[in-house]
Design a protein around this ligand. Structure first.
Ligand SMILES: Nc1ncnc2c1ncn2[C@@H]1O[C@H](COP(=O)(O)OP(=O)(O)OP(=O)(O)O)[C@@H](O)[C@H]1O
Ligand SMILES: [Mg+2]
Length: 325
């Protein structure tokens, strides 16, 4: 699909994904978990956006909502400039082919009763691709992720974790996608295997011109793979910048706290001003004002009252009252 130059591949604006909470014997509505609450992100074709933040901040919900695997409660979402939330069934099917996901856990994301060949052929069948030549295509896919074509006859339990994640990546590639959400794709793997899978993802991106949203709680991994990095806190992006820029000069006290929590110091950086202590507040009941103010050592009066707007330029934006313009 072609779109006007400058149009983002995918654009989310003021996205809300709320999960209703029910309580008591009658399961009455009792508020909502605001997993995404004012989520804005533009992703350009060919870039890798790293999405980072603590557990429960809404990263997976963001990835799934962007792919319309979860319906947002509110907000807008466009794909090549077209309204993704009001697409015809035909256009939505085309989108499903072009936008895929790789999950964290290759143990549970592959059907143990299907051989690898069938696992890879299934998405082709669903989308009516490569009829009659599924086997050739399967062999090619296996080779493209560094596995032997003979492996098509094997079952998931015969593989190591890293190999299984290669199969999961091959399955995502089966429909020739443009865009892949990788949700913690290396978090369950040993460090040495992590590097191999990251290399594979980078190589595939170059070769196939892919665009990634790469979700991870690990800043080390995010640093290796991302062109831009978005930092999430309680359902929103609080800082977004080009990778070098973010690692050189993180502006949001929350981002600084995430860096401070990395066990090994970043060379050249002695100490950050802020460290976040205490629990992440519940996304069912986020604090008024800046959601981070309850943990921010630099918070002042305004932070407790008003949510800060996103400020800054193209290469670095932040939502923090310390940087009001
Ligand atoms: N299907 C659901 N129903 C109800 N609440 C949900 C559902 N999915 C996620 N949540 C809640 O939404 C919030 C965000 O969850 P999400 O899984 O998106 O976070 P995450 O950043 O991916 O966390 P992690 O790093 O642990 O994977 C959490 O409070 C979670 O409990
Ligand atoms: Mg998650």
């Amino acid at each position: 699909m072609n779109s006007l130059p400058g149009t983002p591949l995918l654009s989310a604006s003021n996205l809300r994904t709320w999960f209703p909470l029910r309580a008591g014997f009658w399961q009455r509505a009792a508020g909502a978990v605001k997993a995404l609450d004012g989520f804005n992100l533009d992703i350009s074709a060919g870039e890798t956006v790293g999405l980072v933040g603590e557990s429960g901040c809404g990263k997976s919900t963001a990835g799934r909502t962007l792919l319309r695997l979860i319906e947002p409660t509110d907000g807008s979402l466009t794909w090549h400039g077209e309204d993704l939330l009001r697409m015809s069934p035909k256009a939505l099917r085309a989108f499903r082919k072009r936008a895929q996901i790789v999950f964290q856990d290759p143990y549970s994301s592959l059907n143990p009763r299907m051989d690898i060949g069938s696992i890879l052929a299934e998405p082709m069948r669903i989308h009516g691709l490569h009829r009659g030549s599924e086997q050739d295509r399967t062999r090619m896919l296996l080779e493209s992720v560094g596995l032997l074509p003979e492996y098509a006859a094997r079952y998931p339990h015969e593989f190591s974790g890293g190999q299984r994640q290669r199969v999961a990546i091959a399955r995502a590639l089966a429909t020739e996608p443009e865009f892949i959400v990788a949700d913690e794709p290396v978090s369950s793997l040993d460090v040495s295997i992590q590097a191999q899978i990251l290399d594979l993802l980078l190589g595939l991106k170059e070769r196939l011109g892919l665009t990634y949203l790469f979700i991870s709680h690990d800043l080390g991994v995010i640093r290796l793979i991302s062109d831009r990095v978005a930092v999430m806190y309680l359902g929103r992006i609080v800082e977004i910048a080009r990778r070098e820029e973010l690692f050189r000069a993180p502006l949001h006290p929350y981002t600084q706290a995430l860096f401070a929590a990395i066990p090994k110091p970043i060379p050249g950086k002695k100490r950050f001003r802020a460290t976040a202590t205490g629990e992440v507040p519940s996304p069912a009941n986020p604090p008024a004002g800046c959601h981070f103010h309850t943990r921010c050592p630099l918070a002042f009066d305004r932070c407790r009252k008003e949510y800060p707007p996103m400020t800054g330029g193209e290469s670095h934006r932040v939502a923090c009252w310390l940087h009001p313009e």
